[in-house]
Design a binder for this molecule. Structure first.
Ligand code: NI
Length: 140
């Protein structure tokens, strides 16, 4: 059967828990609390992050895959979960020493980590849920 050579999207969903504090080090605790609310609690707090990795491209003629999902799972495990799961994003990782760990910034860091492991002919998009109702997508 002849199918058109069209792009198709595949998705891998992952989950990690991490703690963070969102704050601007140039501001005092009072101003941080005013701007960032509970997410600026000085003693940190946790989120159950849901990550959806989207890969878009044409199917490989030999496999019928856009990308081997097992490989995508391993890449996500190695690049994201091993770095961030059960970690304090501010203190335990190098990425948020000077970068506020907002969902926006976390998603952009995750994108960069995954991008270098995925064939450049494939498009990549990262969706990160910080709560059930709040999520970000990059690239937009
Ligand atoms: Ni938070």
């Amino acid at each position: 059967m002849n199918l058109p050579n069209k792009k198709i999207a595949v998705f891998r969903r992952e989950h990690f828990n991490a703690a963070h504090r969102i704050f601007n080090p140039l501001w005092d605790d009072k101003k941080n609390a005013e701007v960032f609310g509970k997410c600026s609690n000085p003693n940190y707090h946790g989120h159950n992050y849901e990550l959806v990795v989207k890969v878009v491209g044409e199917r490989d003629p030999e496999t019928g895959y856009v990308i081997d999902m097992k490989r995508l799972s391993v890449i996500t495990e190695e690049e994201v979960l091993e770095r961030f799961d059960h970690k304090n994003l501010n203190l335990d990782t190098i990425y948020f020493r000077d970068l506020n760990p907002t969902a926006e910034n976390i998603a952009m860091v995750i994108y960069d980590l995954l991008r270098k492991r995925i064939d450049e002919k494939l498009e990549l998009q990262v969706r990160l849920y910080e709560t059930e109702r709040n999520y970000v997508e990059y690239p937009a």
